[in-house]
Design a protein around this ligand. Sequence first.
Ligand code: 26V
Length: 845
Amino acid sequence: MEGELYVRLGYTMDALYRSITRHLAYSLGVVPTQASKRDIYLALSYSVRDRLLEKMLKTNQRYEDSGAKRLYYLSMEFLIGRSLANNLRAMKIYDQVAEALQLLGTDVETICDQERDAALGNGGLGRLAACFLDSMASLDMPGFGYGLHYDYGLFEQDISNGYQREKPDSWISEAPALQVERADAACIVPMYGRIEETKDKWGRHNPLWLGWNLVTGVPYDIPIAGYGGLTVNRLRLFAARPSTEFDIKIFNEGDYLRAVEQKIESEKISKILYPKDSYEAGRELRLIQEYFLVACSLNDIVRTYEKDYSDFNKFPEKVAIQLNDTHPALAVAELMRILVDQKWVPWERAWDITNRTIAYTNHTLLPEALEKWPESLLARLLPRHLQFIYDINQQFLDRVVTLWPGDVDRMRNMSIMEEGPPRQVRMANLAIVGAHSVNGVSALHTDLIKKSLAPNFFEMWPERFNNKTNGITPRRWLCVANPNLHDLIEDAIGPGFVTDLERLRELEPFAEDPAFCEKFMQVKHGNKERLKDVIFNTTVVEVDPASLFDVQVKRIHEYKRQLMNVLGIIWEYLALTEDGVEPVSPKTFIFAGKAAPGYWAAKQLIKLIHNVGNTIEDDPRARDFLKVAFAPNFRVTLAEQIIPAADISQQISTAGFEASGTGNMKFALNGALTIGTMDGANIEISQKVGRENIYICGLTAYEIEKMKRAGSYKPKAMYDKHPMIKRVVDSLASDRFCPRESGLFAWLKDYLLADNEMFFHLADLESYVKTRELSTQEYVDKTLWAKKAILNVARVGHFSSDRTIRQYAEEIWDLVAIPPTEAEKSGKLKYTPSDPSSIATARAW
Ligand code: 26V
């Protein structure tokens, strides 16, 4: 019947087999008997995509019918990793597909292993966004991601002679198996140009933005399947393309070449993900990217809203926008511009709408990561937005003056504009002023936002500030990454805990059950065996699964203190080789992580880890006790292999610097014990699992802050006083770890002994090493260890991103779930498209 699409896709083994072979023939042009693994991977992905799109259309219909509020998560990064196995698990067709693939002469793991990671993010912030999308879909919430469709994701890391080498990550070739292009929803984005101060027909001031260049934003939709597979939301990623206006007047070769140049210029915008986690002043292309994301997303959001409403009075009741850090903070100015300049909403009214719609999450206190953009750059790129920022600031400062008359320092501190030279726009201030909610990502972090980052703002608007402790999705970080542990838990406590993670508590009694403990340790051992192969294939280091796997995997950064871990290893190495103190268990130290390409100190640390590892391996006194492996090219997929195999998880940032951490949660959920400082979410993890089930060391954020203020940290005195600290530091200054590259690590001694050493390595070293020793001793007692590990698993249900998203939904977004109807659940629903263009899209498949 016209306008209706009957559901014909099957989910049985049979139907899936037919779908895969059909795609082999008609999408790829190969006969099944000649299909390569890659062909089968693609054919399976297309079969999965068909089914996801079917459910996505139904989900959309359900949301439309309900008229419910929608949440839009604006983020420059979505660190998704692989999708196929995750989608098979979500749709509960993993076993059927496994059987179908067997008929094709292969197996599901091999096929899932063909997929490349979508590495559209740097680290924690991007991975959090991906976990949030998973949770929103799994909770049946109308929550959608908006991001950029980068051609190149985060660089690939090769290691050559212990040094990091970067290679481009061309993700684009992989993308078609996941996404649908939405050429029909493309939008046009203006930039550059000038302002003409004119008057409208009533004689009112009416500035016009003229002479802009135009770029087109083409959306690509990636379906995001909720667990159970009935709710499928979407992540919409925009690619930059030249606007057709560019090519209209090509009269001669000169024009033609200019048109080509402009084409390249526009496409540059979504070419590459910035590989940094700190911001660098004046990077024009980065600001253009941020604006491009904001302009495309808001255009889409407003257009969707206007399908149902003719004025903007209900906008904040129907739309919530969450800013993932300040990267999309221009949304404040862009929404104002749309409302005032394009929709004729009065300024004050527009401001109220903007403020009630937008919320902001802060993810870091590091000064070098706080974005500021030169006023001159904004004046050139976005002259009209700058006017709005001035007006917003003026209105805001007028309020500050009435509240605190004469307090010039406070005004200067709170102003969105920073005095120069050069004058700059402070994006955090713009976000705080523009949003109705400002949240941190752990209890400590939120406290520090209130007390150190933005105390004046907190004083002005205490109700605006709130905490949302991060979480992780148990679907990826347990079901997909550690299926054997998932199955063991399910055997013990029954199904359902994957969407109700607090239920893991029911596992507590099993910590005392010897049979369960035995099985638990067997699962861990199996995971360690598999990781051994991964490490051998990528590093040629041979590790022993019977040794303690002590793991630190994350971006390489001074504040994360991989260096302190290395100092600990050297300490144990010297104790063993010079003092004859054998560790009670053989230990394998596993590292992985990328350093930003321009971050010299971080890259040196990678080299140091390799050299220390080699020195130990070359030393017959040490090699049977200690081993160091650096697994190259850390990414989501490698994390999925490493984390389930860890005995110890190292979370040792200088207190006050790691906003939350999420790796800490992934490890605990997979039964590793944490060695950690009182930083970020470690504090809350220790409260949940109990102090006796976690190894806490080091100074607190408060103690460090106090020492910094008093200038009382004297690392040289510690070095003089403590013979072992002296020996460890001196060994770095010698050529012991760089016999063929004399002097390579000498800088580290000066670095560690400087009074202004920001990260307090030596201050925490002794406490850290003692704590490590304790953990190694306890590891030898397998009964004790199994008990503690199981209690960690049982008590970290709180850190499901489902809990985090529920809190955002209730306390910030006022968003409710729109669960599948009975008809959807029974699979009989007809889909009636309201938008004719979606019929074409649906029919094409
Ligand atoms: C800043 C910039 C500046 C411009 C270039 C690209 C870029 C990329 C990222 C960032 C900010 C990074 C902030 C971040 O990743 N924070 C992490 O957020 C996690 C999720 O909340 C949290 O668990 C980590 O502790 C925190 O470091």
